[in-house]
Design a protein around this ligand. Structure first.
Ligand SMILES: [Fe+2]
Ligand SMILES: [Fe+2]
Length: 246
């Protein structure tokens, strides 16, 4: 039996598809940034597997599907989709040589790569200095914190109590997608959906992830693979949350 999820800090109070600022300000920014990320990817070696502008929509779609699986309202799912699309935009500001190495990256290289979260958050802050909007806050939180861990051993050392539900979900889906794309240092690691979920559950677990959200995500992913029409039964959520409109 799946348990109910605390949905208190999901983005309930606006609707990206209807909101003027989202449609006329944030959406063009996100689309333009993804285009620039695509141009950045085009300069990388042709045999690169982990292509940033393709990773972005996969993560955004999986987050949207997990939110739907949790029984969250459609506008919340959509808000989350748009907030995830630009989560790695900071990467394009870093030198190309950092990304496509045959060997396991050194600590210095890893440190430089990690700065994409600071850079991305700063890009949004600078671009939208004069705008006060809940989507901006969501966007910055996700861009800045999507590599944090529940135990505080992520990029910035934030702990679970400092991470919102959207950020916790972003961290899960983001790392799942990363583990699904084979890279040279993976060797013969199992990168099937089941293999990656098993690795995340057994080797990372509660020290890395919010396990309630992880299990919701895992059940959504496995349901996607199942031919059964019963595949996407939403989790139970409280009646209050079902009534939350923008
Ligand atoms: Fe990232
Ligand atoms: Fe990512």
């Amino acid at each position: 039996m799946q348990k109910s999820i605390d949905v208190s800090d999901w983005p309930t109070n606006f609707d990206f598809a209807q909101d003027e600022i989202c449609q006329h300000t944030f959406k063009p920014f996100i689309e333009s940034e993804l285009k620039l990320l695509e141009e950045y990817d085009a300069q990388r070696p042709k045999d690169t597997n982990y292509i940033f502008h393709k990773h972005a929509p996969r993560v955004a779609e999986d987050v949207r599907d997990t939110c739907a699986h949790l029984g969250l309202a459609p506008h919340i799912c959509e808000n989350m989709y748009w907030a995830l699309l630009p989560h790695d935009i900071g990467k394009r500001k870093l030198p190309l040589y950092l990304w496509d190495m045959k060997d396991k990256p050194t600590d210095d290289i890893r440190q430089l790569r990690r700065s994409h979260t600071d850079i991305g958050a700063e890009m949004v802050e600078k671009k939208f200095t004069d705008i006060d909007h809940p989507f901006k806050d969501l966007l910055i939180a996700i861009i800045h914190h999507h590599h944090e861990q529940m135990d505080g051993n992520g990029y910035l050392g934030l702990t679970g109590d400092q991470l919102s539900m959207p950020v916790r979900l972003a961290a899960i889906v983001e790392s799942f997608d990363g583990y699904r794309v084979w890279r040279p240092h993976f060797g013969d690691r199992d990168i099937s959906v089941e293999g990656v979920l098993k690795r995340m559950r057994n080797e990372k677990g509660a020290s890395h992830y919010d396990m309630d959200l992880f299990e919701a995500f895992a059940s959504m992913k496995l349901a996607q693979k199942s031919p059964s029409p019963k595949k996407s039964q939403p989790l139970r959520i409280s009646p209050d949350q079902r009534r939350q409109d923008p």
